[in-house]
Design a protein around this ligand. Structure first.
Ligand code: ASP
Length: 470
């Protein structure tokens, strides 16, 4: 018999069906044994009657989280037995039907779960939760979060395809670049003593795709940053990363706003203000004391409203801890047209405004980007301001300068942090609640034991000798 998904049982009343899934809960009343069975589509109550010996016998020994295939007849349940969801009081999906079991086949047994799967999981020690993440993900909240994330990405992808974008992958093994964070480094076996860096973002490659003539690029891109971990920061995060040619700042913001609005509204969310307000950085600092802020009222918060705003007109440079100029957002950005002369001359550094835009939502920065410096002299000026020598610029960015001297169109783009957006959409407070296999807050991989030591043979192959620990 073909498998029926549990959500489709409502339209199979009176029919014999076969379902597959996990035992969620079992209630043994001696004569009647109730088994709640769960699959990716929902949950249903099944009942084994003593009159059916075979099914009753298996039902008496199965345990929560065993994997089973069950056949039975779908019955409408008497009104008074309709099950209510304990938390919400709502009728559960399929609450008005029941499966009268004919047979049960055990596909795999399960040890007793080391973590409780019937709570929301937040009370469980994080290391333990992530060690058993494959079980933790079975809880409805996690299933919902991860599926919602997939829906979000699918809708964004569809939107971008309808606008003529091409999805292109860029390398994970690349070279170290300045993007404000520490790189993750990968040793090279073929070139002992040399190292790859994992990309902090596809920034340079996506710009090179503009040189290559693709004009509209996007990627669901993994980014790697060796940062101190926080609730809203991990070593790895995913971006919806875009870049476009022959565009103005307003056109990029417009397209992005259109995407975010289309996707969020299709998913049933309400947006507080459209078009998104645009707030100059200086005004945001004056009004909110920060460049990310929450414009929601208490009522908006209760209703799950999304309050988006653009922040624009950021200063290009600021002084770092050593008193040297560094970029505030992105070294590849273009200064405001009225400040280009200063930029090229290396004067008025503090006053130069960059064509950077950040998208803020409900107190978080959820995205950002800029119109880029697409001429070699402009990019060179940026690094000169930051104190790079000509040799250093050539060594680190010679490839970009060469590309920019090879017919690179004006271009710009932006990226959205998917986890930040999903935290907002799901109302979660932690990045980890919207990633399938996140790192622990102490920087260890979920489920697997990483980072871990490697063998002497591997070290030798890589030409690496470890220093003795002090
Ligand atoms: N590369 C930037 C980032 O990762 C985004 C952009 O400017 O497109 O934040």
């Amino acid at each position: 018999m073909n498998r029926t998904y549990i959500k489709d049982l409502v339209s199979a009343i009176g029919k014999e069906v076969s379902i597959s899934g996990w035992v969620d809960v079992r209630r043994d009343h001696g004569k009647l044994i109730f088994v709640d069975i769960r699959d990716m589509s929902g949950k249903v109550q099944a009942v084994a009657l003593p009159s059916n010996k075979a099914a009753h016998e298996v039902a008496s020994k199965i345990r929560p989280e065993w994997v089973i295939q069950a056949t039975g007849v779908v019955n409408k349940r008497p009104e008074k037995m309709i099950s209510k969801n304990k938390e919400t009081g709502e009728i559960e999906p399929n609450g008005d039907i029941e499966l009268e079991l004919k047979s049960i086949e055990v596909l795999n047994e399960a040890e007793t779960s080391p973590i409780d799967l019937h709570t929301d999981g937040r009370e469980i020690n994080e290391e333990v939760r992530l060690k058993y993440r494959y079980l933790d993900l079975r809880r409805p909240r996690m299933q919902k979060n991860i599926r919602l994330r997939s829906e979000f990405v699918e809708r964004a992808r569809q939107f971008l395809f309808t606008k003529g974008f091409t999805e292109i992958e860029t390398p994970y093994f690349t070279s170290t670049t300045p993007e404000g964070s520490r790189d993750f480094i990968v040793p090279s076996r073929m070139y002992p003593g040399k190292f790859f860096a994992l990309p902090q973002s596809p920034q340079q490659y996506k710009q090179l795709l503009m040189t290559a003539g693709f004009e509209k690029y996007f990627q669901i891109a993994r980014c790697f940053r060796d940062e101190d971990l926080r609730a809203d920061r991990g070593f790895e995060h995913t971006q919806i990363d875009m870049e476009m040619s022959f565009v103005t700042r307003d056109e990029v913001m417009q397209l992005d706003e259109n995407m975010i609005t289309t996707v969020a509204e299709a998913m049933g969310y309400t947006i507080k203000q459209k078009p998104f307000p645009r707030i100059p950085y200086a005004d945001a600092m004056k009004k909110y004391g920060a460049d990310k802020f929450d414009m929601r009222t208490e009522e908006d918060k209760k209703r799950g409203v999304l309050a988006f705003a653009w922040v624009i007109d950021f200063p290009f440079f600021e002084k770092d801890a050593d008193g040297a100029w560094t970029f505030t957002h992105n070294p590849f950005s273009m200064p405001a047209p009225e400040h280009l002369e200063w930029h090229l001359a290396g004067t008025h550094t503090r006053e130069i405004v960059t064509q950077q835009y950040d998208l803020v939502c409900n107190g978080f920065e959820t995205g950002g980007g800029s119109i880029r410096a697409h001429r070699p002299d402009i990019l060179k000026a940026t690094f000169r301001t930051m104190g790079y020598s000509n040799e250093q610029i050539e060594k680190d960015f010679g490839h970009m300068l060469k590309a920019f001297a090879s017919g690179t169109p004006p271009h710009g783009g932006l990226a959205h942090g998917i986890e930040r957006l999903m935290m907002i959409l799901t109302g979660e407070n932690e990045l980890r609640e919207v990633q399938a296999f996140p790192q622990t807050s102490s920087g260890r991989t979920a489920v697997m034991d990483a980072p871990s030591e490697i063998s002497d043979k591997q070290l030798r192959e890589l030409g690496i000798e470890l220093r003795k620990k002090k």
